[in-house]
Design a protein around this ligand. Structure first.
Ligand SMILES: [Zn+2]
Length: 398
């Protein structure tokens, strides 16, 4: 890939090629053992729904690459990668590895196929950035392990595939990468990975007072992070307000050459691990507005613990990115797929009728509460200066 071409594509802001969808059949194995919030079908359902809707016509689907040890150790500690490989070989985690690397725990269980799945997620995000660099959007919903840290597992994430998408863009000569995290939880792993790097601005919108309890509004990393913690019940109007009044103006001033968006689906109404109340249409709109900021764009998934709302959100997001019309009512083949899902975390009587018959949620508009307006004002105040500094420095370089 010629870096000059990548930069030209970035500056033009125009998508030069059709979007692509990167994933793998490896995710059909649910993994995580039992009694874990991620022991549900997510990507398999999305693939089946896209197929049923004819949304893989003209073969925009690309089978994911798998990351090598050499790839992984650019960010992850070699001893941690070796410990995961050893666990994969032995079929179990030693006590020492459990204590040192936080694997084989309730939070980050060891399961058969874990190493393959985690390395595929990293390989897929690297591949997505490479494919995007000629000026297109690449969708990798199996990515989004945004809590992963260099030396161990954290928050259901063994590696951090998002870090690798950003590193790939930087390797290709793109000078400024914007990361927008729409997951209900703070994108801590990505922020930490790049907080010393002025080429990367990380922006995270997440529910306040929720695990991992970082990402307060005055947390700007080393000046290259913006955090917007939002209250319970966060609605569509509030997300639109946060995007239009804070995120997009800040992002335009940063003038990214490439964008990476984490579209965790756990901020949707009905998710058991957050009390945000977004509709999927609001998330799609936010992703679309971020993807329009620069031509090369990678969109990854993230959290999401209600198998119905996750599948509808991530299927519909591909529809929107690829320019398909979202049907008002799903065909029977798609309804059957959604009707076959199960969850230990959601009671049968709480499964809403539209979760099996439609893709798009009804909008959840409401008032923009004073606390949301307040956090936006604060975020702009604390982040304003470092972003201006970054721009001033880059202008000097030019
Ligand atoms: Zn999350």
């Amino acid at each position: 890939m010629d870096p000059n071409n990548s930069r030209m594509a970035a500056k033009s802001g125009l998508k030069r090629y059709r979007p692509l969808f990167v994933s793998s059949e490896v995710y059909r194995e649910t993994g995580y053992g039992s009694n874990h919030p991620l022991a549900i079908q997510r990507i398999g359902t999305v693939l089946d729904l896209c197929e049923a809707l004819g949304w893989f016509a003209d073969a925009p689907y690309v089978d994911s690459a798998v990351a090598s040890v050499e790839d992984l150790t650019r960010f992850h500690a070699p001893d941690y990668v070796a410990a995961l490989q050893e666990a994969d070989r032995a079929g179990k985690v030693s006590t020492q590895a459990r204590r040192t690397y936080n694997i084989g725990t309730m939070e980050n269980p060891f399961f058969s196929g874990l190493y393959r799945r985690a390395t595929t997620s990293v390989g897929g995000s690297m591949m997505a950035a490479r494919l995007a660099s000629d000026g297109r959007t690449v969708y990798h919903p199996s990515g989004g392990t945004h809590h992963g840290v260099a030396g161990g597992a954290k928050g259901f994430c063994y590696f951090n595939d998002v870090v690798f998408a950003i590193l790939t863009f930087l390797d290709l000569g793109l000078e400024r990468v914007l990361y927008l995290d729409l997951d209900a939880h703070h994108g801590d792993g990505v922020q930490i990975a790049f907080e010393d790097d002025p080429r990367v601005l990380t922006v995270s919108i997440h529910e306040e007072n929720r695990w991992p309890y970082t990402g307060a509004v005055d947390d700007t990393g080393c000046g290259h992070a913006c955090n917007i913690p939002v209250p319970a019940g966060f609605n569509d109007s509030e997300l639109r307000f946060v995007m239009e009044d804070a995120v997009l103006p800040m992002a335009r001033r940063f003038a990214p050459d490439a964008v990476v968006v984490c579209c965790g689906a756990d901020g949707l109404a009905g998710d058991p691990l957050s009390t945000m109340a977004l509709s999927n249409v609001a998330l799609w709109d936010a992703v679309e507005s971020a993807v329009a900021l620069a031509a090369p764009a990678v969109v990854v998934g993230g959290g999401g613990y209600n198998p119905w709302t996750v599948a509808r959100c991530w299927t519909g997001l591909w529809g929107r990115l690829a320019g398909f019309e979202i049907p008002d009512r799903l065909p029977a083949s798609a309804t059957d797929i959604l009707a076959s899902l199960e969850s230990d975390l959601i009671d049968e009587e709480d499964v809403e009728a539209n979760w099996t018959t439609t893709l798009a949620d009804a909008p959840n508009d409401g008032p923009v509460r004073p606390e949301v307006a307040g956090v936006v004002r604060k975020a702009l105040k604390v982040v304003g200066h470092p972003v201006i500094d970054i721009l001033a420095n880059s202008n000097k370089r030019a």
